[in-house]
Design a protein around this ligand. Structure first.
Ligand code: HEM
Length: 363
């Protein structure tokens, strides 16, 4: 009898009611349909956060699949990545997606960061959205640094060695941090254990926390409106659900197709195996997103006035990075001159990043 009643019921409605009694589903749908996104000539930048989210998902899925065959050991890592590339069905595709994905993720994060910067979305009440974003880009860079070592090819090994040595140059705590990260004097199994654990456990957990906060804050505050838009007498908005989400899906589809084309046409290479006793090969350099910092260190003479050149370079990098942390407090929107200066600083920062990275790529 009970089964007959169940059959007659609309299954969808049954599922909806069941869930709604347990979680505030109706309230969530009402909230999403009430939420509106401003429509103006810069609206395209509102899609960048969604593309970042797409890459988070792609990285988590491809990373999990890689872990099925990857061996996190100093001796076995290279062979296992070789097998993923050459023997495991579609292994090359998953590895290529993960490596390309890591780079494109950081590129899109930089675009998202600067687009929200130039739209002044860091201003009150979105300071914490901005800070959680800074946390996310920091985490993405540590993801990149720790992941770079994992295939244990020549480039990975020596670039990590150089990267950790550079960190060791920092005043006071540099040596301590470098030894802790390496797990000893040299890059070896202890380094591998640390990098692997950080890459697959600590960072994903931290990313989920920071991303959860970021997305929650976006829901609380809604999407920001540029200053000129706020002053318009007639403003256009679109519904977040279903209109904006629908567009988001088209964007995700397009980006996924483009991504697959890049990945398939240029599979990610695997360099030669390492010989730790050999000198570092010529042309060792970090991933492109560390090149600007690396270049500042390289351009600095070994001695600058009374200070060690490396310390001065690190102070410059630290000071430049801290302007991004302080910007919500400096440019609150009350002073038009400061607002203009903040925009000019953003342009200078972006050009400096571009030029230094380009210089680093030429070496
Ligand atoms: C995993 C990384 C990230 C994800 C998945 C993500 C996702 C999103 C999404 C979906 C939005 C709403 C739509 C949009 O404005 O694009 C957004 C907004 C925002 N994001 Fe991110 N984001 C990430 C990293 C960052 C970074 C690195 C920053 C800057 C340092 C940042 C700062 C902001 C700000 C200030 C907003 C509010 C924009 C507004 O209200 O107009 N986000 N983010």
């Amino acid at each position: 009898m009970a089964f007959e009643t169940f059959k007659k019921m609309n299954l969808l409605k049954f599922g909806y009611d069941w869930l709604n009694q347990r979680v505030p589903l109706e309230a969530a749908i009402k909230f999403a349909t009430k939420k509106e996104v401003p429509v103006h000539k810069h609206s395209i930048w509102y899609y960048m956060g969604g593309i970042c989210m797409l890459f988070v998902v792609l990285q988590l899925v491809t990373g999990l699949l890689l872990m099925v065959h990857y061996v996190p050991s100093y001796e076995g890592a290279y062979q296992s990545v070789m097998a993923i590339n050459n023997k495991i069905p579609f292994g090359w595709l998953i590895r290529s997606m993960h490596s390309w994905g890591a780079n494109l993720f950081i590129a899109i994060l930089v675009i998202h960061m600067f687009s929200t910067y130039f739209m002044k979305a860091y201003r009150s009440p979105r300071e914490l959205t901005w800070f959680s974003g800074l946390g996310l880009i920091g985490l993405a860079m540590v993801f990149g640094f720790t992941g770079y070592l994992l295939p244990m090819d020549e480039m990975a090994f020596f670039a990590t060695k150089v990267g950790v040595d550079v960190a060791g140059e920092a005043p006071f705590i540099g040596e301590l941090v470098a030894n802790f990260v390496r797990g000893g004097e040299e890059v070896g199994q202890a380094t591998m254990n640390r990098f692997f654990l950080i890459h697959v456990c600590a960072l994903p957990a931290a990313l989920m926390g920071a991303l959860g906060l970021h997305l929650l804050l976006i829901q609380i505050h809604g999407i920001s409106e540029p200053e000129y838009f706020k002053k318009l007498s007639i403003k256009k908005y679109e519904k977040f659900f279903p209109d904006f989400i629908m567009n988001d899906m088209f964007v995700w589809g397009g980006v996924t197709l483009l991504f697959l084309a890049i990945v398939c046409l240029n599979p990610w290479p695997l360099g030669p195996t390492i010989d730790p006793s050999a000198p570092a090969p010529i042309g060792i350099k970090p991933e492109w997103y560390f090149l600007s910092q690396f270049q500042v260190l390289k351009l600095m003479p070994s001695q600058f006035l009374f200070f060690e050149g490396a310390h001065v370079a690190m102070a410059i990098i630290g000071a430049a990075a801290s302007t991004m942390v302080l910007i919500p407090f400096l440019d609150t929107g009350k002073n038009p001159t400061i607002s203009k200066l903040a925009t000019i600083w953003g342009v200078v920062f972006l050009i400096a990043l571009g030029v230094l990275t380009y210089m680093g790529l030429q070496v």
